[in-house]
Design a protein around this ligand. Structure first.
Ligand SMILES: [Zn+2]
Length: 94
């Protein structure tokens, strides 16, 4: 499993963490989940992970054949695994 710490500039694009409000500092993680499939997702600096089994089950992580945490994959993880998951959770709770 590989991971990378990323820090973004102040922005209005990334949804704030529901636990601590952070939206600029994340750890991007990549893990092989099958022979030709890797999962990539973002974890807040406080440790909050909206794609964890406790929170949402799996299924919201980005799937990629090669995995890894290059810039493109980090962006995808933020956009799909973080933003979309939080948006879904907000929709469910309203
Ligand atoms: Zn947080």
């Amino acid at each position: 499993m590989s991971s990378r710490n990323v820090k973004y500039k102040q922005n209005e694009f990334i949804k704030p963490c529901p636990k601590c409000g952070n939206n600029t500092e994340f750890t991007i993680r990549s893990k092989q989940c099958a022979e030709d499939c890797c999962e990539i997702w973002a974890v807040c600096k406080c440790g909050y992970d909206p794609t964890s089994y406790e929170e949402a089950g799996s299924g919201n992580r980005v799937e990629d054949v090669w995995g890894g945490v290059d810039d493109d994959n980090c962006q995808d993880a933020i956009r799909f695994a973080w933003n979309d998951t939080l948006e879904d959770m907000q929709k469910r709770s309203t």
